[in-house]
Design a protein around this ligand. Sequence first.
Ligand SMILES: Cc1cc2nc3c(=O)[nH]c(=O)nc-3n(C[C@H](O)[C@H](O)[C@H](O)COP(=O)(O)OP(=O)(O)OC[C@H]3O[C@@H](n4cnc5c(N)ncnc54)[C@H](O)[C@@H]3O)c2cc1C
Length: 186
Amino acid sequence: MTDALVLGAGMAGVSAALMLQRRGWSVALIDRQAPGRATSFGNAGIIQSEAVEPFAMPRDLRSLWKIILGNTNDVHWRLRHLGPHVGPLLSYWWHSGGSRYRQAVEVHSALVARAAEAHAPLIAAAGAESLVRRDGFRVLHRTERGMDQEAAVAERFRADYGVPYRVLSAAALAKAEPGPEQPGSA
Ligand SMILES: Cc1cc2nc3c(=O)[nH]c(=O)nc-3n(C[C@H](O)[C@H](O)[C@H](O)COP(=O)(O)OP(=O)(O)OC[C@H]3O[C@@H](n4cnc5c(N)ncnc54)[C@H](O)[C@@H]3O)c2cc1C
């Protein structure tokens, strides 16, 4: 007999099904297509223990105007497809500010702090150790302004949530990530 039906065999559904199984439940995991072919197929593959604050919907007019005009990579939208998304978008807007957002951050950051630790047994069970790097990831900026803004956020995350980070100079980065030899550079 099945104790639980889990709908959707992406990262969320598979994890939920495995955790239920571990607690002794019998689980049926159902998907309308092959497992792991939707969003979980095409992401960046980072176990984001640094992403302590969920992405809030931008509320400043400048960012919203850029989205409306299609002048950003963040959102791609078409008026004719907007209808069914209006309700969820309004809810996203509502929960992206004030005490509602602070409450979301509180819950989210506590979950995210456990991300690496919670994935470890799944990685081991899948025999996927060799696919996982544990030395973090690098974010590159073309401008000093962008770099300074990112460093300020990183420092806030370190102070508030204990997320470690390092700022690399261009020389240190070139050493850590040597590119191919340029013609005539030898
Ligand atoms: C470009 C990109 C990069 C990202 N990079 C990262 C990253 O580096 N790190 C990170 O942590 N997150 C990242 N994310 C986010 C992460 O990929 C998603 O949060 C995660 O994959 C969502 O998993 P899910 O199981 O909720 O959804 P999905 O993987 O989309 O799975 C949902 C499943 O439900 C099925 N389904 C839907 N409707 C039905 C139905 N009616 N009946 C049956 N089955 C149904 C679908 O077929 C699908 O298989 C990224 C996302 C994107 C788009």
